[in-house]
Ligand binder design. Structure first.
Ligand SMILES: [Zn+2]
Length: 301
C-alpha cells in the first residue's frame, strides 16, 4: 500500500508530456501548447510545434521545450507513421522553440537554424527553460550545434516535399527570423511572427518589423497559418498580431506627440480593449516601454 501511494505521488509530481497531434493540413500535424509562461506545471509545453509527413520521412518545425517533450511528440507521431526524421528546423532563437533538438538529432535529423541562435546558445550552454521546468522534464536536454545556418531565402526538397525558407533580413520578432512556406498545401510556418490568444513580446524585436512581417505574410497564398503560439490556424493570428502592433504604434506615437513621457505612458496607456488576450499581465507593460522607445524618434519611410 505504501509503495502504491509513493508511485502515485511520483507520477503526479513529474509532468508527463501528454502530447496529441492535431492534423491541420493533408500532411501537417500540430502540437498545441498552453497559452502561458513556461512553468514546472506545464513543463514548458507552451509553444506550438509541427511535423510534416513526406510519406517517407518527417520534417520537424520547432522542437519544443525539452528532450522529453520532443521524445513524447515523436512517440505520438510514430503511432501515425513510424518514419525517419530527416530535417529539424528552428524558426528563431527562443529556447521554447528548439530545446528538443538533441533528442531529434539522436534520431538522425539535420538541424537548420539561424546564426543568431547559435551565437546566443553555443553548444554546451544552458537555457532559461532548463531553469524553469522540473528536473524530470528537463532530463537529457542539451544545447547542441546547428548543422546548417539559414542566412537567406532557400528551397529544400525532402522526399518530394518542397519547402521554402523565407528569410526576413530585418528585425521582427527577433533580430533573425525566418518562415517556412509549404506551397503544395499552402501552409506558412511563421514561428513567433504569428500568435493568437496571447500577446507577443517585443523584447528582442520591433513593432515596425512585426508589422512588416505581417505585410510579407499577406503577400503569400496561405490556407493554414502555423503560428508559434495559440490554437488558431485560420487567419486569426494575422488579425490579432496586426491589432496589437497597430495599437502599440498609434498609441505610442500619440503619446510622443502629446509629450507624455515613457514612464507615464507605460503607467497610463489604455489597452482595456486587449484585456482578454492572455499574458497581458507579464508582457504588456514591458512592451509599452519598447514601443515607446521605438517610436520616440521615429520617421515613417
Ligand atoms: Zn519567440
Amino acid at each position: 500500500m505504501k509503495n502504491l501511494i509513493l508511485i502515485a505521488l511520483l507520477t503526479v509530481s513529474s509532468f508527463a508530456y501528454d502530447l496529441k497531434p492535431v492534423k491541420i493540413s493533408n500532411s501537417v500535424y500540430q502540437f498545441v501548447g498552453e497559452v502561458a509562461v513556461p512553468s514546472k506545471e506545464n513543463g514548458g509545453n507552451m509553444v506550438n510545434t509541427y511535423w510534416i509527413n513526406t510519406g517517407k520521412s518527417y520534417i520537424v518545425i520547432d522542437t519544443g521545450p525539452s528532450y522529453n517533450y520532443a521524445k513524447a511528440a515523436h512517440n505520438a507521431m510514430k503511432k501515425i507513421a513510424d518514419l525517419p526524421i530527416k530535417v529539424i528546423i528552428n524558426t528563431h532563437m527562443h529556447d521554447d522553440h528548439w530545446s528538443g533538438n538533441n533528442y531529434l538529432k539522436e534520431q538522425g535529423g539535420k538541424i537548420y537554424a539561424t546564426k543568431a541562435q547559435a551565437k546566443k546558445f553555443p553548444a554546451g550552454t544552458s537555457t532559461h527553460m532548463m531553469t524553469v521546468i522540473s528536473k524530470e522534464d528537463r532530463a537529457g536536454t542539451k544545447v547542441i550545434g546547428i548543422d546548417e545556418y539559414v542566412t537567406k531565402n532557400a528551397t529544400i526538397t525532402i522526399d518530394g516535399t518542397t519547402l521554402k525558407f523565407l528569410y526576413l533580413g530585418y528585425i521582427a520578432h527577433t533580430k533573425e527570423d525566418f518562415m517556412v512556406y509549404f506551397p503544395k498545401e499552402k501552409v506558412i510556418f511563421a514561428g513567433d511572427l504569428l500568435f493568437s490568444q496571447r500577446i507577443t513580446s517585443i523584447r528582442d524585436g520591433s513593432v515596425e518589423g512585426g508589422l512588416r512581417s505581417l505585410r510579407d505574410i499577406r503577400k503569400l497564398d496561405v490556407k493554414v497559418y502555423a503560428a508559434g503560439h495559440g490554437i488558431y490556424t485560420d487567419h486569426t493570428p494575422v488579425i490579432q498580431m496586426q491589432e496589437y502592433f497597430m495599437a502599440l504604434k498609434t498609441r505610442a506615437m500619440a503619446a510622443v506627440e502629446e509629450d507624455i513621457g515613457m514612464s507615464e505612458f507605460v503607467k497610463t496607456a489604455d489597452f482595456s480593449d486587449f484585456k482578454d488576450r492572455k499574458m497581458m499581465e507579464v508582457l504588456h507593460k514591458p512592451n509599452l516601454g519598447f514601443a515607446y522607445g521605438e517610436y520616440e524618434f521615429f520617421e515613417e519611410e
